[in-house]
Design a protein around this ligand. Structure first.
Ligand code: B1M
Length: 222
């Protein structure tokens, strides 16, 4: 199994869409968990690519190819993600914050939430604070979910939470944050209701957010 995950990681790292497609078929033939293959294979490949990029061993075109290969993996496997039947239905507006165009992780979180019974409105990338709030009101959402992969854009999470407080909307929506540079401490400092490290963690946490009337402590999920 770990050999299959390693081959997926290598194919994503090398941006080889054809290999990724074949490996996705192998995942399905062998009844391997799609989410595990994405997390332990694809995410690991992109982490390696990110490290190489940081060390100037890989450059933007390779980052783009890696991202595209990961999308092939996710598109091939998400239709087969099992759903845990859940009584916790709720409406979530999700997006990647302003200035940030990374959407692979956000898409994975959005899909995992929807296959687990949430109604998800995906606002896409580069979403302004105004748009998050407008859409959350329009859709009568329960939760606002923000993803950020860029340290420079993570500030917009704080801006949104401040705006909710100023406009006395902070009791109306719960806020969950996540993404590469986001950690539980930052989430606590900006006053988010919850933080999750992974897509599966986000599902668990959003279920808790839907089931709790008063949250006295920030919820934290793996
Ligand atoms: Co960019 N990039 N990138 N990139 N890129 C990173 C993020 C970086 C860490 C690479 C590096 O330097 N090591 C770095 C950011 C540094 C920082 O600020 N901390 C970086 C940079 C610098 C840039 C550019 C500025 C490069 C440039 O132009 N010079 C540029 C920025 C463009 C912009 O956004 N304005 C840029 C561009 C790109 C591409 C377009 C080429 C491509 C994105 C393609 C796409 O998304 N469509 C890309 C890629 C692929 C990466 C890496 C390699 C992979 C990101 C990814 O998709 N990971 C990345 C390196 C890395 O992450 N180690 C890197 C897989 C994905 C499944 O994981 O998104 O973390 P992730 O999501 C996870 C969790 O974080 C969590 O769940 C997901 C699944 O478990 N999660 C949540 C995410 N959101 C959540 C929300 C939640 C809960 C959990 O609740 C709401």
């Amino acid at each position: 199994m770990s050999d299959l995950f390693k081959r997926i990681a290598d194919a994503v790292r090398n941006g080889s869409k054809e290999d990724v497609k074949k490996l996705a078929d192998e995942v399905l033939e062998n009844k391997v968990s799609p989410i595990e293959a994405i997390q332990k294979g694809g995410v690991s490949g992109l982490e390696q690519l990110g490290e190489a990029f940081e060390n100037l061993e890989a450059f933007l075109p390779e980052l783009m190819l890696g991202g595209e290969a990961m999308k092939v993996l996710i598109d091939s496997l998400t239709p087969y993600m099992g759903s845990e039947k859940s009584a916790f239905t709720g409406k979530i507006v999700i997006g990647t914050v302003k200035g940030d165009l990374h959407d692979i992780g956000k898409n994975l979180v959005a899909t995992t939430l929807s296959v687990n019974g949430f109604y998800v409105v995906d606002l896409g990338v580069d979403v302004s604070t105004n748009k998050f709030i407008e859409k959350a009101l329009e859709e009568q959402a329960d939760i606002i979910a923000m993803s950020s992969l860029l340290t420079t854009s993570a500030y917009y999470m704080e801006e949104l939470i401040k705006r909710l407080k100023q406009e006395e909307l902070n009791t109306r929506f719960k806020v969950i944050v996540g993404g590469g540079p986001i950690d539980p401490n930052w989430a606590r400092v900006i006053g988010a209701d919850a933080y999750a490290r992974t897509a599966v963690g986000a599902v668990k946490i959003c279920k808790s957010l839907m089931g709790t009337d008063v949250i006295t402590e920030m919820l934290m999920g793996d």
